[in-house]
Design a protein around this ligand. Structure first.
Ligand code: ITT
Length: 196
């Protein structure tokens, strides 16, 4: 039977419901495709490249035999003066030294430039596709009260001096994830001939 536009589904494989919420909003705005959360703890390889990590995690899902196309997303915060640290180790670093540990490493550093990157790996028609989004900004001097992950310390260049956490839902359309998801949606809309 032919797929009707409003019955098309795509799965987001992740253990992070915050990411799902952000991605869901973008799908709602920009596509008729329905996003499903496929809750799974992903295995990650050690690599300097978020694309490679995302690709590896995607391949570990092959054994699941999901019946719909699906994607994974890997993100990281890269701090210039720390030569890109924590980057691909963002998750581990948050769990160990935490946000205050990051601020401590930046004490007395004038250069607080950083970028956030999101890399998506999609499995579609038996092929892997990659989409990446990047947002420049700086690391704040203190930890703001709201936001998850690194949101309380990352101030995007286009965010009126507020951290991602302080921006609330405004973050959704300014973030690294938004840029990567927009590229993914353009690709899918084109493939399914849905228009934007
Ligand atoms: P997955 O199950 O999808 O892998 P995860 O939480 O492990 O979820 P990542 O490896 O992509 O996600 O993220 C690396 C770290 O960066 C992790 O500690 C996140 O909390 C944090 N992070 C990712 N995206 C973020 C964002 O938009 N804002 C703040 N922190 C973020």
């Amino acid at each position: 039977m032919e797929n009707l536009p409003n019955s098309i589904e795509i799965g987001f494989v992740s253990s992070n419901v915050q990411k799902y919420k952000e991605i869901y909003k973008v799908f709602l705005q920009k596509s008729k495709i329905q996003l499903k959360f496929l809750n799974m703890i992903l295995s990650e390889i050690q690599s300097d490249s978020l694309e490679e990590i995302a690709k590896f995690s995607l391949k570990t899902c092959f054994q699941k035999d999901f019946t719909i196309p699906y994607f994974v997303e890997d993100s990281g915060l890269f701090i210039e003066t720390l030569n890109g640290f924590p980057g691909p180790y963002s998750s581990y670093v948050l769990k160990t030294i935490g946000l205050w540990g990051i601020l401590k490493l930046l004490e007395e550093k004038d250069n607080r430039k950083a970028f956030f990157q999101s890399s998506i790996a999609l499995y579609f028609n038996k092929k892997i596709y990659l989409f990446t989004g990047r947002v420049n900004g700086i690391i704040s001097a203190s930890v703001s009260e709201s936001g998850w992950g690194y949101d309380p310390v990352f101030i995007p260049s286009k965010g009126d001096g507020k951290t991602f956490g302080e921006l609330g839902e405004k973050k959704y359309s300014l973030s690294h994830r938004y840029l990567a998801v927009c590229k993914l949606i353009s690709f899918l809309n084109e493939e399914y001939k849905l228009g934007s």
